[in-house]
Each structure stands twice: as C-alpha cells, then as structure tokens.
Design a binder for this molecule. Structure first.
Ligand SMILES: [Zn+2]
Length: 76
C-alpha cells in the first residue's frame, strides 16, 4: 500500500480526538441491587422489569457440567 499524503501530528490528533472511551452507564437491578446496563437483563439474577427471563441457576449448572465434561475429554 502506498501512503498518498503525509499527515502531520495535528491532523492525526484531530482525528483521534473522537476516539476517547465513554464511561459505562450503569443502573441498579431492582430485584438484587447489583449494577446492570439499562434496558438489559440483570446478569446476576436473570430478571428484567421484575420478570424472570433467564433461569440463571440452571444455566450456571449446565455451564459447569459442560466444562467438567470438556476437562474429562482433554484428560484422556
Ligand atoms: Zn438482578
């Protein structure tokens, strides 16, 4: 690739002036009080607007069982 035109530091800085990261906005879960993203399911209790959306306990159990099986396979 050919560099067509050299950019000076000012031009580079101007372009990068929009690259700063914004701090994440977090609200508290009404059910368990842990911080969560607004308009999103709580990752701790799996609820949204007081309604159970994701069964977190069975999901964790399933994940652990899968990891155990994978470790077992890798050991053989
Ligand atoms: Zn919660």
């Amino acid at each position: 690739m050919v560099v067509r035109m050299r950019h000076n530091r000012g031009q580079t800085g101007s372009r990068r002036s929009h690259h700063a990261l914004k701090t994440a906005v977090l609200s508290l879960c009404k059910d368990c009080g842990s911080p969560k993203k607004p308009h999103d399911i709580c990752t701790v209790c799996g609820k949204y607007k007081g309604k159970q959306i994701v069964d977190v306990h069975t999901k964790i159990a399933k994940k652990n069982a899968k990891a155990k099986e994978k470790a077992k396979k890798a050991g053989k």
